[in-house]
Write a protein that binds this ligand. Structure first.
Ligand code: COA
Length: 175
């Protein structure tokens, strides 16, 4: 496979909706109620919501593709688009998802390397993210990439209040 990571824009919206919903369902359907999943999908991954996120100048989306087949995607937030105020020197990895069929094939790694490349270009101090405390696979992936836990915040999936761990990777040696 020759996988490329490509920044996407509005014409890619239908594909973004599809992969966002599919990867979310594959990751979380087994461990959450049908009702909570539907509520989250219709509110947070609706066409209107994803369009406005794609149009936000402070966010960027990327697809990992193999000959036009989309295998995974990444959403980065800068400045005010960050879901929690961490200042202007940081970048948030809000979403990093690989289709179930292609897990553990270093596609997540390629998307993470893209995040690091962008963060360095922007001279960010650190990259941060929130991850569900029970998502052990993702936590291992982030730890492998040098992220460390620095806090917690609440995350509501449908009606279920869950805890996200906040993890960060410093990009400058002196902090
Ligand atoms: C987290 C995720 C993006 C990782 O992507 P991936 O392409 O499967 O992972 P990679 O093949 O790039 O793995 C890189 C390294 O991460 C670690 N890792 C990845 N998956 C792992 C697992 N299931 N168990 C333990 N370590 C794992 C390993 O150290 C791995 O290196 P190795 O294979 O040489 O041991 C992927 O599991 C995913 O999409 N999960 C579902 C969505 C999700 O939970 N996203 C995060 C929401 S916060």
């Amino acid at each position: 496979m020759k996988i490329i990571v490509r920044k996407i824009s509005i014409p890619d919206l239908p594909h973004l909706i599809k992969i966002s919903r599919q990867t979310f369902a594959e990751t979380f359907a087994e461990v959450n109620s049908e009702q909570d999943m539907q509520k989250y999908l219709s509110e947070n991954l609706s066409e209107n919501q994803l369009r406005s996120e794609l149009e936000n100048q402070d966010s960027e989306f990327y697809f990992a593709e193999n000959e036009n087949e989309i295998l995974g995607y990444l959403k980065l937030n800068f400045g005010k688009a960050q879901t929690e105020n961490q200042g202007n020197q940081s970048i948030e990895v809000e979403r990093i998802y690989v289709l179930k069929e292609f897990l553990r094939m270093k596609i997540g790694q390629l998307l993470m390397e893209k995040s690091l490349e962008i963060a360095k270009e922007k001279n960010a101090e650190f990259i941060w993210l929130g991850v569900w405390e029970e998502n052990e696979r993702a936590i291992k992936f982030y730890e492998k990439n040098g992220f460390e836990i620095f806090g917690k915040h609440d995350f509501i999936l449908g009606t279920d209040h869950q805890t996200d761990l906040l993890m960060k990777l410093n990009l400058r040696n002196n902090i």
